[in-house]
Design a binder for this molecule. Structure first.
Ligand code: NAD
Length: 362
């Protein structure tokens, strides 16, 4: 019993430490479903976040992941000006072996019982098809296919948001947001990366690309007249801008040392290995960093549009707003002489606090 009570205390302590409102543990032995839904903050609206299916080593690891990711969603929605809170869910298991219709629909019923406090979408290990199974049980899901009223593939919207983030940074560093003649290195030319390459080439940007998939690399290089770069040379290319669109943590002690870029602005999540250290190192080195969760918010904006019934025009307007939002972050960072990632958090927190205060009056 003592063990159980200390476990309970420690979970609640974790919620308190990160400021979470609620965590729901879902257990359905009939389908094998074991999931955790974390609702971080709902001041601005329902907590929206993807459902990740992953083979965690243990429940503590799954809980730590869902708490961290759901908090990040609160900040992302807030800084993007969306009326959404932050949430996330993880299903513990191997998505290739353990996922069934029954398991996803059972999970959908847990979401249904939250009565709209949590809305989900795709993430690592889940697909549009899975969202459609959830939709059979509840309306509180986005990312279903266009044929049944969904907003479709978010990648082009995400790329567009990154493009506006890059423009805002270029304006700051070069005094104009015209991109022609600038050079950008896009690392990872997957769904988002390729769309970004296309947008940049249309503006006559010199584009360098890198990807571990050699066939794709050569194919995209030919298609857009971009220059393929070997993986071991990327941090020494003379490009003005580095756009990480593959993995997280590529901005770290080792890479910052080598970097000659003026700007870092890309779609990958968690680009800074350590938020507290590497944002400051970039500031010290004079490299302007566009906070990842701000400029890659196009995917979330797409989900928001699906939820609210906004059309493509409104989706694009919200995505274009990433330009202004990035300018605001840069302004605060300069004014206070703080890293841009910290400036972004402060703006997000201020918006949540302001809206919380108006909700206290009836
Ligand atoms: P993707 O899987 O389609 O593309 C990733 C690409 O990166 C692949 O082509 C892969 O071969 C390449 N890659 C992997 N490791 C690499 C390495 N070490 N060096 C170079 N290339 C490497 O993914 P995506 O949907 O294009 O997303 C890209 C990034 O943006 C991810 O970090 C994702 O979490 C983030 N993101 C995506 C969206 C979206 O709408 N798709 C939204 C927000 C954030």
């Amino acid at each position: 019993m003592a063990g159980n009570s200390s476990l309970t205390t420690s979970i609640l302590d974790q919620l308190t430490a990160l400021g979470h409102k609620k965590v729901v543990f879902c257990n359905d032995p009939d389908t094998g479903l074991k999931a955790i839904i974390a609702i971080h903050d709902t001041t601005l609206g329902p907590a929206l976040g993807g459902t990740r299916m992953w083979t965690y080593n243990n429940e503590a690891e799954a809980l730590a992941d869902v708490l961290r990711l759901s908090k990040a969603m609160t900040y992302k929605a807030a800084i993007s000006g969306l009326n959404l809170g932050g949430g996330k869910a993880v299903i513990i298991g191997d998505s290739r072996k353990q996922k069934t219709e029954a398991l996803m629909r059972s999970y959908g019923r847990f979401i249904k019982n939250l009565n709209g406090e949590f809305v989900t979408a795709e993430d690592v290990g889940t697909t549009t098809k899975d969202m459609e199974y959830i939709r059979m049980e509840t309306q509180h899901v986005t990312g279903v296919s266009e044929s049944i009223g969904g907003a479709g593939d978010p990648s082009p919207i995400t790329a567009k948001g990154v493009f506006y983030g890059i423009k805002a940074c270029v304006k700051e560093v070069y005094g104009t947001d015209m991109l022609a003649g600038r050079s950008v290195l896009v690392q990872g030319i997957g769904n988002v990366g390729e769309h970004l390459v296309e947008l940049l080439r249309k503006e006559n940007v010199d584009v360098y690309i890198s990807d571990i998939n050699e066939d794709r690399l050569q194919q995209v290089a030919r298609k857009y007249k971009a220059k393929a770069v070997d993986a071991d040379k990327i941090f020494t290319t003379g490009a003005d801008i580095y756009a990480p669109c593959a993995l997280g943590a590529t901005v770290n002690d080792n890479t910052i040392k080598k970097m000659k870029f003026s700007i870092i602005a890309g779609s990958a999540n968690n680009q800074l290995l350590d938020e507290n250290i590497h944002g400051q190192k970039l500031l010290d080195k004079g490299i302007l960093y566009a906070p990842d969760y701000l400029i890659n918010a196009g995917g979330l904006i797409n989900c928001y549009s699906e939820l609210t019934g906004f059309g493509k025009k409104r989706t694009m307007q919200l995505t274009e707003h990433i330009y202004e939002a990035t300018r605001e972050v840069i302004k605060l960072s300069k004014m206070e002489n703080i890293p841009t990632n910290l400036a972004a958090s402060r703006i997000a927190e201020a918006r949540i606090a302001a809206i919380k205060s108006i909700k206290s009056s009836y």
